[in-house]
Design a protein around this ligand. Structure first.
Ligand code: F3S
Length: 279
């Protein structure tokens, strides 16, 4: 049995940068806090917890004067001002690309556009983008696009990790709800590259394994894309693998979301190879 890895998989540059910063900070100071998971991956969060980093979701849980790292997905501007009030030091590792979308949303709103974001409104990145607007809204399906009222002008942007085809489909519906429509494809190039290389991998494989958090939006999208081509199993860790999946398979493709650490991917590769040796 041959095991092949997608050309692009695992940590994107934005997540890698956040993780590098937080790990470096943890070496230098005690009692470091992280606002939300640094990336949506339980194994990574567990590893960082072991280094003394606590994940908090509410600023009230941070003692005064603490050091708080802001995750790659970003946060609403109020979080930073609240931290300042508490005399905390905020280390902002929001991905530059996410920041760009936050600014873009604010600029479009100033020009009189209603901001509509394609993505789950509860996702931290979407929350952070919407917090840079006063009346922005989020939609995550064509159904919710249909329920939009009418506006004079709409600027339609996407969360960085959405599926491009879904974004384009939703845009066709959203544009019916205004006279002036601007669509800006703000899907991150890194996400697109992972999706394209996932498709390529699926076409070459008999079965695909997608590694990453079950709550990771980019990993779920990647699994969805691969499963539209080939039988796909989304797992979080090597222990989730089942030997039966590989019976009679000649080529196994493995890919991983942008928030999946390299060591988690490597463990999966090794275990799949072991199953292959036993087949
Ligand atoms: Fe940034 Fe793109 Fe990663 S937006 S966090 S480089 S998926």
């Amino acid at each position: 049995m041959k095991v092949i890895l997608a050309e692009r998989s695992g940590f994107c540059p934005g997540v890698k940068r956040s993780v590098d910063v937080v790990v470096e900070m943890a070496k230098r100071c005690d009692g470091l806090y992280c606002y939300g998971e640094i990336a949506h991956n339980h194994q990574l969060t567990k590893k960082l917890n072991g280094m003394g980093i606590s994940v908090i979701h509410d600023i009230n849980d941070v003692p005064k004067g603490s050091i708080v790292v802001i995750r790659s997905h970003g946060c609403p501007p109020e979080v930073i001002s609240e931290l300042k009030k508490k005399k905390c030091r905020a280390i902002d590792t929001t991905c530059n690309y996410v920041k760009k979308i936050q600014n873009l949303a604010g600029e479009f709103e100033k020009k009189g556009f209603k901001i509509v974001i394609f993505g789950d409104k509860k996702h931290p990145e979407v929350e952070g983008i919407l917090a840079n607007t006063t009346k922005g809204t989020a939609i995550s399906s064509i159904g919710s696009a249909r329920r939009l009222p009418s506006f004079e002008k709409i600027a339609f942007l996407s969360k960085t990790t959405e599926n491009k085809d879904d974004f384009d489909d939703a845009a066709r519906e959203v544009r019916k709800h205004c006279r002036e429509f601007r669509k800006v494809d703000t899907i991150c190039r890194e996400t697109e590259l992972r999706q394209l290389s996932g498709q390529k991998l699926a076409r070459k494989s008999d079965v695909v394994i997608v590694v990453g958090g079950f709550h990771s939006s980019n990993t779920k999208n990647l699994a969805g894309i691969c499963s539209s081509i080939r039988k796909t199993h989304h797992i979080e860790k090597a222990a989730d693998l089942k030997k039966d999946w590989f019976k009679g398979k000649k080529v196994v493709g493995i890919t991983a979301g942008a928030s999946t650490p390299p060591e988690v991917i490597e463990e999966v590769v090794q275990k799949v190879k072991l199953f292959g040796a036993g087949n």
